[in-house]
Design a protein around this ligand. Structure first.
Ligand code: CP
Ligand code: NVA
Length: 305
């Protein structure tokens, strides 16, 4: 089998996502009915974390266990990575001992350097630039609630961060419209925006206009991990980029609200919205588990049906 990695959203085709989502539905159904499914017996996942995590660790670790395999948690603090061991050396060693690797790190380049020498599939568990597993779970969640996302409008309100960049790649693959509204100075990089063209990406200076008529409104923290030094400045700059009830009223009447979590109520989203009727954030978090189980199955076993 050809070695495949999942380093960014565009590493899978639309047909492959459709296959993965069908597998996700089946795997989720088994889980909900307490039916064991152990295709990955004797397989081991190494999870390398250079940043904190609740959902990503939990979903990968529980997911691997539920598929019959084992997961090992490694962090910068407890490994030689934290003492300067080159990432290529780490990749050589780790990938001789386990069957699949998930990494959460800073620059996308670190992940790419690891994957370049890895003997086993590598999954992006979040970098400064991308968070593909999140958006895979989000697109699956939208589809579960509302049917196909193609042709719909997604409004991204806030920082043009790793999750936003993965939404942009998803818009091109699934053929939906992405409205992005950021404060001045935090816009999507021109080079990145140019990749997609007007069909899949439109910038809005006014967040209310970005949300108008949207089928899905989504946001994320104003300050991502690794940018903590800018926190005070960002709190000032982003204060008008909160998803609140007035904004949701401008969206489509059956619009969904998503947030990758962790959330800061009163900052990027009001409590009324995240805890209100449009919000599907708990389904969204849960679906990280089911979609990533399908992803690990695919990367290790290929198509099983
Ligand atoms: N959404 C997400 O990736 O959450 P964690 O940072 O808790 O893993
Ligand atoms: N953009 C956020 C996502 C956290 C899951 C961050 O990178 O911190």
């Amino acid at each position: 089998m050809r070695l495949r990695h999942y380093l960014q959203f565009s590493d899978l085709s639309r047909t492959e996502y459709e296959y993965l989502f069908a597998r996700t539905r089946w795997i989720k159904d088994q889980f909900k009915h307490y039916k064991p499914y152990h295709p990955l017996v004797d397989r081991t996942l190494a999870m390398i974390f250079e940043k904190q995590s609740t959902r990503t660790r939990l979903s990968f670790e529980a997911g691997m266990h539920q598929l019959g395999g084992a997961a090992i948690f490694l962090s910068t603090r407890d490994t030689q990575l934290g003492r300067g061991e080159p990432v290529e050396d780490m990749a050589q060693v780790v990938s001789r001992m386990v069957d699949i690797v998930m990494i959460r790190t800073f620059d996308q380049e670190i992940l790419e350097r690891f994957a370049a020498v890895s003997r086993v599939p590598v999954i992006n568990g979040l970098t400064n630039e991308y968070h593909p597993c999140q958006v895979m779970g989000d697109v699956f969640t939208y589809t579960e609630h509302r049917g196909p996302i193609s042709g719909k409008t997604v409004a991204w309100i806030g920082d043009s961060n790793n999750v936003c960049n993965s939404w942009m790649k998803a818009a091109a693959i699934f053929d939906f419209n992405l409205h992005v509204s950021t404060p001045p100075g935090y816009e999507v990089e021109a080079e990145r925006a140019g990749e997609y063209g007007a069909k899949h990406f439109e910038h809005f200076a006014d967040p209310m206009e970005a949300a108008r008529g949207a089928d899905l409104v989504t946001t994320d923290v104003w300050t991502s991990m690794g940018f903590e030094d800018e926190d005070a400045e960002r709190k000032r700059d982003f204060s008008d980029w909160q998803v609140d009830a007035d904004m949701m009223r401008l969206a489509a009447p059956d619009a969904l609200f998503m947030h990758c979590l962790p959330a800061h109520r009163g900052e990027e989203v009001s409590a009324e919205v995240i805890d209100g009727p449009h919000s599907v954030v708990w389904d969204e978090a849960e679906n990280r588990l089911h979609t990533q189980k399908a992803l690990m199955e695919f990367l290790l076993l290929g198509k099983v049906e």
